[in-house]
Write a new protein. Structure first.
Lengths: 102, 91
């Protein structure tokens, strides 16, 4: 189907989709942060405005959450190594239960 | 099938229309998510402790304030997140 589009059109649409996907991911992250930080910073709705304490709490919450995820970066490389090792194991092991059943 | 092949050649006007439609859908989904989150968090804040047989006027006041506050929080979080991302060049 996509073969009917010329190459420039394909490339243009692909870039568009990539950009929109990145935007959507960012929006989802913001929703997630808002929920998380709302929970830790906002305890009542006595007024319809944020006070200065709540505002700075929200800002700190976003900052510290990003700091946390960045300090977890080394853990990601460990995790990646573990999961690739595990998938390899699972693949070799998956043959065995089949043998047990028969 | 051969006749539909010509239909698949997007003119630039069509392309823009498709893009515009995608953007609109994305904005709708984003707004939908925001409304869901307001619902969830403000129910939690205003009603979860004492749901009652009907919504009272003080519940309604709480919900209205909560909605304003949630939108303001979403705005503060968006700004904080975007400025942090821009500072670092990548998320």
């Amino acid at each position: 189907m996509s073969a009917n589009y010329d190459e420039a059109t394909q490339r243009e649409l692909q870039t568009f989709v990539e950009q929109e996907t990145a935007k959507a991911q960012m929006q989802n992250t913001i929703h997630e942060f808002t929920n998380r930080c709302w929970e830790s910073c906002i305890t009542s709705a006595k007024s319809n405005q944020l006070d200065s304490k709540e505002t700075s709490c929200l800002q700190n919450c976003v900052g510290r959450f990003i700091d946390t995820s960045q300090s977890m970066m080394p853990a990601y490389s460990v995790l990646r190594r573990l999961t690739t090792a595990e998938t390899a194991n699972v693949n070799t092991l998956s043959v065995e239960p089949a043998l047990v059943v028969t | 099938m051969s006749s539909s092949a010509s239909g698949l050649n997007l003119s630039s006007a069509n392309k823009d229309e498709v893009k515009q439609r995608v953007r609109k859908e994305m904005a709708m989904a984003n707004a939908q998510e925001l409304v869901n989150n307001i619902n969830k968090n403000c129910y939690q804040m205003c009603l979860s402790k004492n749901p009652g047989t009907s919504i009272s006027s003080s519940d309604e006041t709480c919900l209205a304030r909560c909605m304003d506050k949630f939108l303001a929080s979403w705005d503060v979080v968006s700004r904080a997140y975007v400025s942090r991302v821009q500072q670092e060049g990548s998320p």
